[in-house]
Structure formats: C-alpha cells, structure tokens
Design a protein around this ligand. Structure first.
Ligand code: UT7
Length: 318
C-alpha cells in the first residue's frame, strides 16, 4: 500500500547572485539620479547585474545548491518548476534547461509567468502536484535577468531592478507529519494588469509606479492576513515576513498594516534590488543561511506585481 501524502514541505533552499555590484553612484553616472533619492524612495543601495549568465544559468546555480543541501539526488526529482518573466528564449523552457544541467532525467518540467508573484504561484503548483500524487520531490525556482529588459536611459525604472535566482527543494509529507507549505492565497486584478508591463518584441519594463505603490500598500495586507488564516495561524505565530522585494517603503507599509508582533521583516531589496520572481526565494534563502529563523519556524511569503497578480502562503523553514 502506498503511504498517504498529506502535503509537502521545503527541505532545503539555495540562491545565486551575479558578482557584479551596481551602486546608486554608478547609476548616477548613467542617468539623472542620485543615491539619496533612491535610498529615500525605494530603499535600494545596491543590486547585482548578470554578465554572460542566462536565466537558466542562474536558476541552475540556485537549484544546484538547494539540491546539494537537501540530501536528495538528481534521480529523486520528479518535477522542476521555474517562475520567470525574463527568459529570452521561448523554448526550450528554463525548467528543461535546469533539469538537463543538473542531470535530472524525465522530470515534469515547466515555467510559469506571473511576474513578481511567480515563486508563490510555482510553490503552490508544486505542492498541489505532490498532494495529487503526480510526483514526490520537486525543485521550485524563481529566476530573473531583468537587466535584459531594463531601459538603462530611463531613471524611473533602471534604478529598481536586479538579477538573481532562488530555489527550494520540496518533498512530500506523509500522514502523521506536519505539512510545511500552507494553502496558497492567490489572485490578480486583470482590469489593471497594464500597471506593470514588459510588452512587444523588444520590450522594456514599464510601470505606473504610483498606482502600483498605492495598491501594494493598501490592498495586500488583508490578503496576506487571509493566507495566514488559511494556514490555521494567527499573526503572532509568524516569525518572518518575506514579501516581494520591490521597495522598502512598500514592505514597511505591508508589515505595519499586517502587524506581525514576532516577525523579522526581511528587506533584501536594500542590497539586491527588485529581482521579480527571484526576490522571494532569494530573500528567504539568505534569511535561512544567516540562521535568523529556526528550522520549522512559520514564515509568510507574499509576492505581487505584473498583471497585478499576487500569491502568498505560510511555509515552515527547512
Ligand atoms: O515589482 C513590480 C511591482 N512594482 C512595484 O511594486 C513598484 C511600486 N512603485 C514604487 O515603488 C514607486 O512608485 C517608485 C519607486 C517606482 C517611484 O517612486 P515615487 O515616490 O512613486 O516617485 P514618482 O514616480 O512619483 O516620481 C517623483 C519624482 C518625479 O519628479 P517630479 O515630477 O515630481 O518633478 C520623477 O521624475 O521623482 C522623479 N524621479 C527621480 N528622481 C531622481 C523618478 N525617478 C527618479 C530617479 N532619480 N531615479
């Protein structure tokens, strides 16, 4: 008889950031901006910019680290899911490239694009697949090379973005054990989906910054609270808040409204900029690497962005 799978949990995390650091002063040499404006309005101090690395290279590096830390081997992985909105190639998808590079044979391999909320969407689909019995072990990745889609002459956007990847190895949880990935709260605002765009054949990122800022700081906290409730928890149970890393002021605004009395509020945006779908797993992996939260601690993930999509869930730290 096969054991009953009741959910899934994160076994290990990994991340990758390119070595090249782009400072606010560097940007001030390129466009009419300055360090103070960027720090005050967005909270970013540095961001990493890829050189020859592709989205698949960065995804592979992060996934390789997560796999190495998981105790599993390539042969154990049934599913590879990559959240990205900045892969240049249409096919093969990034997931297949990662699987090939890591020697993972015959996995289900797919990419999803919900822009900055992508990691929580990807994590939810992996959790659902494992619960349904479609696989036992998954690698879930958020990876972006936004520098390929950045207009380096536009000061309103080029100061915001960075490149990088984060990954999680996810495994089935059997009856009697505690699931480590809570139910997802997800959705979108299709009628306002043009607020963040990467459109056309030679696209650059464009956005209605103030509109997105207002939405993020007013609409998202109640939704994030719903994700906590869906996990059967209270705000006081949450030990860390890992939001999409778009703007330190947005993160502070969401944290204030949510009022999580025992949570570290993660602001990796300061050193990494906005890496879209990579930002949540990147920040989570770095948080765990710094041993700031104990194993098993509940952490609220909440992504939001392009399409005005959003998704979040409570996960337990590996
Ligand atoms: O990840 C996808 C989801 N996206 C987001 O979550 C982004 C949400 N929005 C934001 O984070 C903020 O709206 C931004 C950081 C994008 C912009 O900050 P803001 O406080 O909304 O600035 P603003 O666009 O209203 O611009 C204020 C002023 C303008 O000048 P005037 O018209 O007041 O004279 C801009 O031209 O600041 C000017 N400005 C700059 N000045 C120096 C815009 N960009 C810059 C810059 N340096 N880089």
């Amino acid at each position: 008889m096969t054991e009953a799978v009741v959910g899934s949990r994160i076994l290990a995390l990994g991340h990758y950031q390119p070595t090249r650091v782009l400072t606010n002063d560097d940007l001030a040499q390129m466009v009419d901006t300055n360090d103070q404006w960027i720090r005050d309005r967005v909270g970013i101090v540095t961001r990493r910019i890829a050189d020859s690395e592709t989205v698949a290279d960065m995804a592979t590096a992060a996934a390789g680290k997560a796999l190495a830390g998981s105790g599993l081997g390539a042969a154990d992985i049934d599913l590879v899911v990559v959240a990205t909105c900045s892969s240049v190639d249409r096919s093969p998808n990034v997931a297949c490239r990662v699987a090939a590079k890591l020697g993972i044979n015959t996995p289900a391999a797919y990419d999803i694009n919900t822009a900055c909320s992508g990691f929580s969407y990807a994590l939810a689909t992996a959790d659902h697949a494992i619960r349904a019995g479609s696989g036992r072990n998954a690698i879930v990745i958020g990876a972006e090379k936004l520098s390929d889609f950045t207009d380096w002459t536009d000061r309103s956007t080029c100061i915001l973005f960075g490149d990088g990847a984060g990954a999680a190895v996810v495994t089935a949880v059997a009856e009697g054990e505690q699931p480590g990935i809570g139910p997802v709260l997800w959705g979108s605002v299709p009628e306002r989906s043009d607020a963040v765009r990467i459109e056309g054949w030679r696209p650059y990122i464009q956005q209605e910054g103030q509109q997105v800022f207002r939405w993020a700081t007013t609409a998202l906290a109640p939704l994030a609270l719903e994700a906590i409730k869906k996990a059967g928890m209270e705000p006081a149970d949450i030990k860390a808040l890992v939001c999409h890393q778009a703007n330190a002021r947005i993160i502070e605004g969401i944290a204030k409204r949510l009022n999580l009395p025992n949570a570290i509020v993660v602001k990796d945006v300061v050193e990494s900029g906005n890496t879209s779908a990579a930002s949540v797993p990147l920040a989570l992996s770095k948080l765990v690497e710094r041993h700031e939260v104990p194993s098993g601690a509940p952490v609220l993930l909440f992504g939001f962005g392009g399409g005005l999509t959003y998704a979040g869930q409570v996960v337990r730290c590996p």
